[in-house]
Design a protein around this ligand. Structure first.
Ligand SMILES: Nc1ncnc2c1ncn2[C@@H]1O[C@H](COP(=O)(O)OP(=O)(O)OP(=O)(O)O)[C@@H](O)[C@H]1O
Ligand SMILES: [Mg+2]
Length: 331
């Protein structure tokens, strides 16, 4: 596990990270989200001690890395594997040779390194691409090579800084699926840094939002999603808008997280209102055993006063913030 205590990083007078606290257990994925410039990459570099924190501690498996000498740190750092956005593979080395790099630095014998590389290629599902060069691999495959390389020295913590950013949805899903597998099979503590909210929904057990160097909100993903007072939970809700609203309709974002919502709620709400309800988009996901979702519906504007109470009858929520912020009323 990894624990970050009162972590602060300043460059001169500029405080980039301001007293961060969090812990990630083995077998858990902790996502860090936040806008550009929030300090996410600085946090990544402080976690693997590429940058020395100004104050505070980074504790991995009970050992405070910030107290180690440079020489001790070189060994301790092996407990943290890191994957970056463009995975920085060496272009003149094959996938297998890239994965072997950390083993070569460590002076592992050739035979042993080959065996380990085969194991890692299999682990990330790239056995048949062992001899491909980076330019011959897809973006998702390159990231999986980067992950295999990060795992070469058997770390207990995996740190990922925008590892899926810029990938197409299918490659993102393959990388996300791999990270979840690694969490479960290798019992890794994974710190997953991203600015992509929809990826967080697929991957995270817990989430923290970093803003201007501070954690402004954090919690278990399922708790945030079901907490109607949580701004982060609201931003994480799955949403998709497919259809077009009819003129004269008000558009509502309906969220549900209750197991009691009937499958035919749209028909029932329409019957109660005595007017058609159009489904403009919907996205539902099962998180921690609870169906979390949102649907976007259109209802004649002159019925607006009745909509919230009618929805509530079926265990559905609609929040005025959603309406005002994301969609408003269609004229
Ligand atoms: N070496 C440095 N010296 C001075 N300021 C720095 C240094 N490194 C980063 N910063 C500042 O720290 C802040 C956070 O940068 P950081 O790269 O951690 O943001 P980020 O959240 O990773 O952003 P992005 O989403 O764009 O990757 C920025 O304002 C940046 O200018
Ligand atoms: Mg960054």
């Amino acid at each position: 596990m990894i624990e970050v205590n009162d972590l602060t990083k300043a460059y001169g007078d500029t405080v980039v990270l301001d007293g961060l606290n969090f812990a990630v257990d083995s077998g858990e994925i902790f996502a860090v989200v936040g806008p550009s410039g929030a300090g996410k990459s600085t946090l990544a570099q402080c976690i693997n001690l590429l940058e020395r924190p100004t104050s505070g501690s980074v504790v991995v498996n009970g050992e405070d890395l910030t107290r180690l000498s440079y020489k001790q740190l070189r060994v301790a750092r092996r407990r943290i594997g890191t994957v970056f956005q463009s995975s920085s593979l060496l272009s003149r080395r094959t996938a297998a040779e890239n994965i072997a790099l950390p083993l070569e630095y460590l002076g592992v014998t050739k035979g042993e390194a080959e065996r380990r590389v085969r194991e890692l290629l299999d682990r990330v599902g790239l056995t048949d691409r062992a001899n491909a060069y980076p330019f011959q691999l897809s973006g998702g495959q390159r990231q999986r090579v980067g992950i295999a390389r990060a795992l070469a020295l058997r770390p207990s913590v995996l740190l990922s800084d925008e590892a899926t950013s810029g990938l197409d949805p299918q490659s993102t899903s393959s990388v996300v699926a791999l990270l979840r597998e690694l969490r479960d099979d290798l019992n890794l503590a994974i710190v997953f840094i991203t600015h992509e909210m929809n990826t967080v929904l697929e991957i995270a057990d817990s989430v923290a939002r970093l803003d201007r160097g501070s954690i402004v909100e954090s919690g278990r993903l399922v708790d945030l999603l079901t907490d109607h007072a949580s701004a982060l939970g609201r931003d994480l809700q799955p949403r998709r808008l497919d259809g077009d609203a009819k003129s004269g309709d008000a558009v509502w974002v309906v969220t549900y997280d209750s197991p009691d919502v009937p499958a035919d709620w749209i028909g029932r709400v329409a019957a109660d209102l005595g007017a058609p309800v159009s489904l403009l988009g919907a996205s539902v996901q099962v998180v921690g055993g609870v169906s979390i979702g949102s649907a976007t519906i259109g209802v004649a504007k002159d019925l607006s006063a009745h909509v919230p109470a009618t929805l509530a009858r079926y265990g559905l929520q609609t929040s005025s913030q959603h309406d005002a912020r994301t969609l408003g009323v269609v004229a």
